[in-house]
Design a protein around this ligand. Structure first.
Ligand code: MOS
Length: 714
């Protein structure tokens, strides 16, 4: 491949324009239809029954009381549910076996004429269990811990150089362990599906981040061709990773529709979600850093432990960013995981990178304190010129520029580095910084572009807009490639009947779909240029895919970068921590739509604020399940928690990405934010809190201990 496959140049006009969302009016007027907003004639409703034990077997399913209720059509369980084909994702093998692997695992499904009758019936199902002992607590020395073979395409553990010797010889060292609880994605729209069968064809409206994969999985489970399954995800009320793969609810809806012969609607009750749609695992992360007197990091170790379920292995790839963030000749990164009797964890916004950078960026701050160095300058000093493990060049790496520009905008300097010296009445104030990164990747997609004789265009691709602005940005990419105004272009996305495409996840959506759209529209433009005379009545249609382009390896290490700055206040009477200012400065390639991009960045920053201060799902060791089961007990930040939140970006030109020159921006906003806030809390109070979230109880305990009068004789 050529050195610069997409030469930098002036951007096509519509890219970089702050356009409002194409579907904005439909959403705010309530006409946008989500997965459960359609009610086909004869529609029935399903309500799942969660297991009330943690581990064991179902010994009996007594459905007599449930079936006697008015309007109840069926109760499905492993005893009568249609058999599914084996699947690679055992979380989807619902109602197939008597085994209960965790509390909340679905053991039955009630189907009725109305939602209320289905819920009543679900409550009237009596399940008998044989209970085994269980273990849901992640401890650092858990006997079940092992190093997984593969993590994020690399080895689970890797070492470069000789960490132990270098760490022992380092002039200044940090050795700290950071912990955080499970977190839940809790998108506004719960997981929901409406399923119906017509002459052997399964149609499902599903709330999903990628209908292509849902279609493939349902086809496999029900032993159908993918042409016998249609999955529509037209509008999706958020997912944050929890809708990145098919979830049990969509299989249950299809099973119930098959069994009853009726269309079936199923929305996962909010209180069930913690156990059945995934969560970010709790992590225990030990980071050790050794540095010379000038601040050069000579030894770096990041060892992380997370849990998975007994259903399937999921590894939180938290030590991955430590492999490329900082120069260190001696480096060790290790993932460990242990399978517990817990719900199956999964993706949550910036899997691995988000928790991993919390620990790493906290440790770098601790190193700065130990060295007496400025945290911005320490990071700049250790900014590698090439990817440390491979020696490959970065396609673009403007971390140092993000740190410096962000510091200027935030007013980082002059900064008194001493902690706990800025008092405003009962408040202690401090500032903190952390770096952010997220890998760039791209995957094959297909798109179709059509020109009609009336001058209108239509672009079709099974992209998913989960609230990001994907529709709008794809319209801009199409308009730029066709050289026509965007309002001449109709977009069809969100259905598996459209050309197949990757999911909205891993921050790869726009890069992947956009490339296919660009290619199809460029080819259509060429066809139109060469066309003589009026277009045929059915217009001209061009299809394109990016299988070849995306299979080529780049030769470059490709990542987005950023720097997050926070100012916090800690109330010395109550222990309450509030964020006063939050600022992210990013370098993420060309920003295609500043309006939707800013929302992506600030949304990530605010989600990171929640991770730092309010969010957490504890597993109760006796009960064996998450205790925070709704949005009253799982505290996501609200407007009053979100202060001045600012996001900026550099005009980064990177010719090694895709024809748009864009990196993904969906996830980087959450990365580093919790560390910036925790670092600011150290600066405010002089206490290093290493266990998230930073709730008032923890902070007050530490502040009270510090100011308590010394014991007599001490
Ligand atoms: Mo994102 S957690 O890859 O949907």
């Amino acid at each position: 491949m050529t050195d610069e496959p997409f030469p930098a140049g002036p951007p096509p006009q519509p890219l970089g324009t702050p356009l409002v969302r194409r579907e904005g009016r439909a959403k705010v007027t309530g006409t946008a239809r989500y997965a459960n907003d359609r009610t086909p004639p004869g529609c029935a409703y399903a309500w799942p029954v969660p297991a009330t034990i943690v581990r064991g077997r179902i010994t009996c399913v007594d459905t007599r009381d449930a079936l006697a209720l008015p309007g109840v059509l069926a109760v499905l369980s492993h005893e009568n549910a249609p058999r599914l084909a084996p699947t690679d994702d055992p979380t989807l093998a619902v109602l197939q076996e008597d085994r209960v692997p965790h509390r909340g695992w679905y053991v039955a499904l009630a189907v009725a004429d109305t939602l209320e009758a289905a819920r009543d019936a679900a409550e009237a199902v009596h399940i008998g269990y044989a209970t085994d002992g269980h273990d849901v607590l992640l401890t650092p020395d858990h006997p079940g811990c092992y190093v997984p073979e593969k993590v994020y395409g690399g080895p689970g553990a890797r070492e470069r150089g000789d960490f132990d010797t270098a760490f022992a010889a380092a002039a200044t060292t940090v050795d700290a362990t950071y912990t955080m609880p499970s977190l839940h994605n809790h998108p506004m729209e719960p997981h929901a599906a409406t399923a119906r069968w017509d002459d052997g064809h399964l149609t499902v409206h599903d709330s999903s981040q990628g209908a292509t994969k849902v279609c493939e999985e349902l086809a496999a489970l029900f032993k159908l061709g993918t042409d016998q399954v249609t999955v529509v995800s037209e509008h999706v009320g958020g997912g944050f990773g929890s809708k990145g793969t098919p979830r049990p609810h969509v299989v249950l809806a299809a099973l119930a529709a098959r069994y009853t012969g009726r269309p079936v609607k199923l929305a996962v009750p909010r209180r069930h979600m913690p156990a059945v749609v995934g969560h970010r695992t709790p992590t225990v992360q030990r980071v050790r850093l050794g540095a010379g007197p000038d601040g050069t990091i000579t030894a770096l170790a990041h060892e992380t432990l997370s849990h998975t379920s007994t259903v399937t292995e999921f590894v939180e790839q938290a030590a991955i960013p430590a492999r490329m963030m900082y120069t260190s000749p001696h480096s060790r990164t290790v993932h460990r995981v242990t399978a517990l009797d817990v719900p199956t964890p999964s993706w949550m916004r910036a899997p691995g990178m988000c928790p991993g950078m919390y620990a790493l960026e906290s440790a770098v701050d601790e190193l700065a304190v130990a060295l007496g160095a400025d945290p911005v300058e320490l990071r700049v000093r250790n900014d590698p010129a090439t990817e440390p493990d491979s020696g490959r060049p970065f396609s673009s790496r403007h971390l140092a520029e993000c740190l410096r520009r962000g510091a200027d905008r935030f007013g980082w300097l002059p900064r008194d580095p001493r902690p706990a010296v800025r008092r405003r009445g009962d408040l202690l104030l401090g500032t903190g910084v952390a770096a952010a990164t997220y890998p760039f990747s791209v995957d094959a997609s297909e798109a179709e572009a059509h020109a009609a004789p009336d001058g209108g265009y239509r672009v079709r691709i099974n992209a998913t807009d989960i609230g990001t602005g994907a529709r709008t940005v794809l319209g801009q990419i199409a308009a730029a490639a066709l050289g026509v105004p965007g309002d001449r272009i109709a977009l069809e996305i969100g259905s598996s009947d459209l050309p197949p495409a990757v999911l909205a996840g891993g921050s790869i959506g726009t890069a992947s779909w956009g490339w296919a759209v660009h290619k199809a529209c460029t080819a259509l433009r060429d066809r139109l240029r060469d066309h003589r005379g009026p277009l045929p009545a059915d217009g001209l249609t061009v299809t394109a895919d990016t299988h070849r382009e995306t299979a080529e390896s780049s030769g470059y290490s490709r990542h987005a970068f950023g720097a997050v700055f926070a100012e916090v206040q800690a109330d010395t009477r109550t222990g309450e921590v509030r964020v006063r200012r939050l600022l992210g400065q990013y370098a993420a390639g060309r920003i295609l739509n500043p309006l939707t991009a800013r929302s992506q960045f600030t949304g990530g920053l605010i989600m990171g604020l929640g991770m730092a201060l309010t969010e957490g799902s504890s597993l109760d060791p006796a009960f064996g399940d998450f205790t925070a089961r709704d949005l009253a007990s799982y505290h996501v930040p609200v407007n009053a928690d979100a202060p001045v939140v600012e996001a900026y970006w550099l005009d980064e030109e990177d010719p090694h990405l895709n024809p748009m020159g864009s990196k993904g921006i969906g996830e980087i906003g959450i990365v580093g934010t919790a560390a910036a806030i925790a670092n600011a809390l150290w600066h405010a109070t002089g206490h290093r809190f290493r266990d998230l979230p930073l709730t008032p109880d923890k902070v007050l305990t530490a502040l009270t201990a510090a100011t308590a009068p010394a014991a007599p004789g001490a």
